[in-house]
Design a protein. Structure first.
Lengths: 290, 290
């Protein structure tokens, strides 16, 4: 029996885009939204990303209990809190999935709290700014959607009738236009540290350093070109989301930062030597293949 | 008397774009091109960026001797070599200007070799790839064009009749659609280290590190999104140009690299502390004002 009710917790950019993508892909059931911001909830409803909203604790509890699939689209620490709240409510035959940016912490928590009823996911999509107002059904088209299913005996043993919903949710994600990749949660977190979290921290550090050094010096504004704009664009990312990522992926992220610090030092010590050419050659090669 | 003959040395992206911009702005005189690559020279001629080309040493010498304005649009170390060659040839009433990426070294060399006959310039424009084939008259439209005139007594004393050509060249640059800023050469080099050279080295270091860590791992390709592409785009920049910049702006660039290394270390040591919020706040502020 295909899902008839989906509850989306967190109707910001990602959650509301999932709602819009579901409807564009032909999901005809109810989509109930939960969000601590009444404005975001109202925007999601107005834009057709959800069909119902649940604001009071009683309505939220009912929306979770009646859902076939619950989608957690809030920052990582909030996902961990929701898992605690969902644990006593979610029954066999229901599925919880998420869109959290880091996965190991979430997988380990869900193994304990929702064994066999949780499908950890991460759509590699987003924008610099959040909010339901910017949501779009096409956000996930062409993007990679990673799943990090828990294959531990504890999780698999309990999977039971939630299994069919797992298959169904993967089908919806494919209909969103995403390319699905499965990998272990620790591998996900390690790769994301390199391709997403390190670039973010780098852009934040560069932007903060320039802010301290130049303030609003007009010369900087006049002279800085595309290179500067591009390398600092991520500097506008909100702390609220990245705090959770930094906390839940601290060791892999710290490792990539240390590696880059050493690389910059190497480059700095070789501004006049042939080693600088080697760095440019490697960088050129990277760009040719990626 | 306005200039009738302009000789452009280096007819790659910048040199050929200057030729096209001159013609679009109404320069009706002769534009002679000099380039060590016969292909680039031919492309520049075919595209109408130059009206004549000078390939033999004799013709090159004549093209320099007869020019009212000589424009050096080659990498910085090649500019320094050309200044040596031009010194015995250039007379009062001729002007040499350039488009080199660093200025202090060039200004000090020109003070000795071409006092009062050299106007140091730097158009803040370019593309990831070079070559006359990509040249366009509009390359400098809306861009900042920095001049770092030598105001030392030695330089000013000799300026004589080259002064009118200085004024004329500034006029052409304005007609290219550029915004002119004047500043001391050392200030130029320091700011460019921050807004151009540091972002470049950062992108090169990140790209090289990822190349060493992942090679052509397909997971990286599948997962890396806009953030990764953007932060590594400059990794495709050619060494040939950046070698000269690294050598002629070594101290300011090394300083910015060291500052960034320390900033990354600070961030790494504070992934769980309130200091991380401060970094994001500063980065957000930077983005709001630049």
């Amino acid at each position: 029996m295909p899902a008839k009710r989906i509850t989306i917790i967190g109707t910001g950019l990602i959650g509301a885009s999932i709602g819009l993508a579901l409807r564009e892909a032909g999901f005809a059931g109810l989509i109930t939204g939960i969000d601590r911001s009444a404005d975001e909830l109202r925007t999601a409803l107005d834009r057709g990303a959800i069909t119902h909203l649940a604001q009071s604790p009683e309505k939220q509890r009912a929306a979770v209990q009646r859902a076939d699939i619950v989608v957690l689209a809030v920052p990582v620490l909030a996902i961990l809190q929701w898992l605690e709240q969902l644990a006593p409510v979610i029954q066999d035959g229901q599925l919880v999935t998420d869109a959290g940016s880091t996965k190991l912490n979430i997988v380990e928590t869900a193994r304990r709290l929702l064994p066999g009823r949780f499908l950890p996911g991460h759509p590699m999509a987003g924008k610099e700014s959040g909010g339901a107002a910017l949501a779009e059904a096409a956000l996930f088209r062409g993007a990679t959607w990673i799943f990090t299913p828990d294959t531990s005996p504890a999780a698999v043993a309990f999977s039971g009738s939630s299994q069919a919903l797992t298959t169904e949710w993967r089908g919806w994600v494919e209909r969103f236009g995403s390319k699905i990749i499965d990998m272990p949660a620790d591998r996900h977190d390690e790769i994301c540290a390199w391709v997403s979290h390190l670039p973010q921290m780098l852009s934040t550090a560069l932007s903060a350093l320039l802010e301290d050094t130049f303030g609003d010096d007009p010369d900087l504004r006049a002279i800085g070109g595309r290179a500067l704009r591009e390398m600092t664009r991520l500097g506008s990312s909100p702390f609220s989301m990245w705090r959770d990522i930094a906390r839940t992926n601290e060791a892999p992220l710290a490792h990539t930062l240390l590696m880059l610090e050493q690389r910059l030092q190497h480059l700095r010590e070789n501004l006049r030597t042939p080693a600088l050419r080697d760095e440019f050659t490697k960088a050129n090669n990277f760009r040719r293949t990626h």
